[in-house]
Design a protein around this ligand. Structure first.
Ligand code: 5AD
Ligand code: SF4
Length: 466
């Protein structure tokens, strides 16, 4: 696997820092989309801070405004254009530098639209994150607009500075890109082909996090359980740790890390070795995100998900048998082209059977360049919305039903801090991501405690320390 040499690109951090010296400049960043984008933003923040900018949450104070964009669904696009419209005045008034990066910038029609109708200084893509300092330098020094998009695959970037959002939980990207080409999804077109980071680099990063006091890591990738698959098939793996199962076991050995999560896996890659690793590794969360997308075998086929309703359900059954107390969350799309009432009923049926703890629900959104966008049997908006509401209702009932199971039981959880909605309480989350509030002293923040659940308030639970 090719590791890109970015030494020369990183020298621009120092160059921009020199230009910025003594100016007390601030940056503002808005991140759209998934945890992978959030992790990229942490790297952008790392670079910005080393270039002498300090972070502000108030865009008005910012000398550098960064948008890290997502294009998985349409609403992100509307949001970006709205924001670019708003920031225009600020740019005209005080010369704020505007940098736009991320997935949406890998789409030619979007970049063309920005160039034509909006103000910006730097446009960078998902493959050119590491060039952000150089692009910024060129924009400042040459006072011109920079567009730096590459359409390449298979490179691994290591060694970017990083400024993490949290000091207890950390995300670690283990692989990038996707080879699955689900027919609704734009990710393979904007993030490129699947490539995995070397296990040594990943383990080194996590050991460093443990030393710094981090307790929880989330392993990230578009398709985490196919970690090293491409490399394995090409005979390019360089280590014993050449699968997701082995990586989980290796991370589980790292002292100081108490909880390991991962997202997102693909049902088709949930091989027995992965299930066994989850079962055997004490630190690996037993709350698994298992994207369903649709419960109908017909729709799944057209989506190119390569599993049937029955195969998905039997995977769930197998996992329930092999991993005691396993719980699931999922992603579901409603209104995919050609989805009939019967197909939708199949989705509801799977939801009832699996009894997910958490469901991320999406209305199908046409993405230019994807096969599903060209399908003629698009579903009318009102039907999509009606189905979405039905799914939402079912989910809300399920939340209430699932919550009952929690009352009287005790759960170990990390104390994350004060509750944002009620600062008399501390807050943590069960392994299944349920927010729990409880009374306690400040000095237990960052520690793992045992909490008994005493009452249910639908979207959160109340508990007491035992
Ligand atoms: N429309 C709606 N939802 C989508 N997702 C991906 N592409 C689309 C689309 N075109 C959802 C999938 C995926 C999640 C990250 O976003 O459910 O798992
Ligand atoms: Fe998109 Fe499917 Fe790849 Fe997930 S697995 S990123 S939904 S193409």
């Amino acid at each position: 696997m090719v590791k890109k040499n970015i030494e020369n690109d990183l020298t621009y951090i120092e160059k921009v820092k020199k230009i910025n010296e003594g100016k007390n400049l601030k940056y503002y960043i808005l991140t759209m989309g998934c945890q992978l984008n959030e992790n990229d933003s942490e790297k952008i923040c790392g670079m910005a801070e080393e270039m002498g900018y300090t972070k502000t949450d108030d865009i008005i104070d910012a000398d550098l405004v960064i948008y890290n964009t997502c294009c998985v669904r349409e609403n992100a696009e509307e949001k970006l254009f709205g924001k670019l419209g708003e920031v225009k005045k600020q740019k005209e008034a005080k010369g704020t530098i505007i940098a736009i990066g991320g997935c949406m910038m890998q789409e030619e029609h979007i970049v063309n639209k920005i160039k034509k109708s909006y103000k910006y200084d730097v446009i960078f893509g998902t493959h050119t994150l590491y060039k952000f300092p150089k692009d910024l330098y060129d924009a400042i020094i040459e006072n011109k607009k920079i567009t730096d998009i590459l359409d390449i695959d298979g490179e691994i970037i290591e060694g970017l500075p990083i400024k993490r959002d949290d000091n207890i939980r950390a995300s670690v990207t283990i692989m990038n890109g996707c080879n699955n080409f689900c027919t609704y999804c734009i990710v393979p077109y904007v993030r490129g082909r699947e490539r995995s980071r070397n296990p040594e680099d990943i383990l080194l990063e996590i050991k460093k996090l443990a030393k710094e006091g981090y307790k929880e890591v989330t392993l990230l990738g578009q398709n985490v359980n196919s970690y090293m698959r491409v490399e394995r098939e090409k005979g390019e793996e360089i280590s014993e740790i050449n699968s997701f199962a082995k990586l989980l076991r290796a991370v589980n050995e790292i002292k100081g890390i108490e909880k390991i999560r991962f997202t997102s896996p693909h049902p088709k890659d949930f091989t027995d070795d992965v299930i066994e690793a989850i079962r055997d590794c004490k630190k690996v969360s037993k709350f698994i995100h298992l994207p369903l997308q649709s419960g109908s075998t017909n729709v799944l086929k057209v989506m190119n998900r390569v599993y049937t309703k029955e195969q998905y359900l039997s995977l769930v059954d197998k996992m329930k048998k092999m991993i005691p107390d396993v719980k699931f969350s999922t992603d579901i799309i409603v209104g995919f082209p050609g989805e009939t009432e019967e197909d939708f009923e199949d989705t509801l049926d799977v939801v009832k059977k699996v009894k997910y703890e958490q469901i991320f629900m999406f209305i199908y959104s046409r993405r230019r360049g994807t096969p599903a966008d060209k399908m003629e049997n698009q579903i009318p908006e009102e039907i999509k919305h009606r189905r979405f509401d039905r799914l939402k209702n079912l989910y809300e009932n399920l939340v209430e039903e699932n919550n009952k199971e929690y009352i009287g039981k005790s759960f170990e959880m990390l104390v994350e801090g004060y509750s944002k909605t009620n600062n008399e309480y501390l807050t943590g989350r069960t392994d299944t991501n349920k927010v729990v509030i409880f009374e306690g002293k400040e000095d237990i923040i960052g520690k793992v405690v045992n909490i008994k659940i005493i009452s249910d308030h639908k979207w959160y639970l109340k508990g007491e320390i035992i």
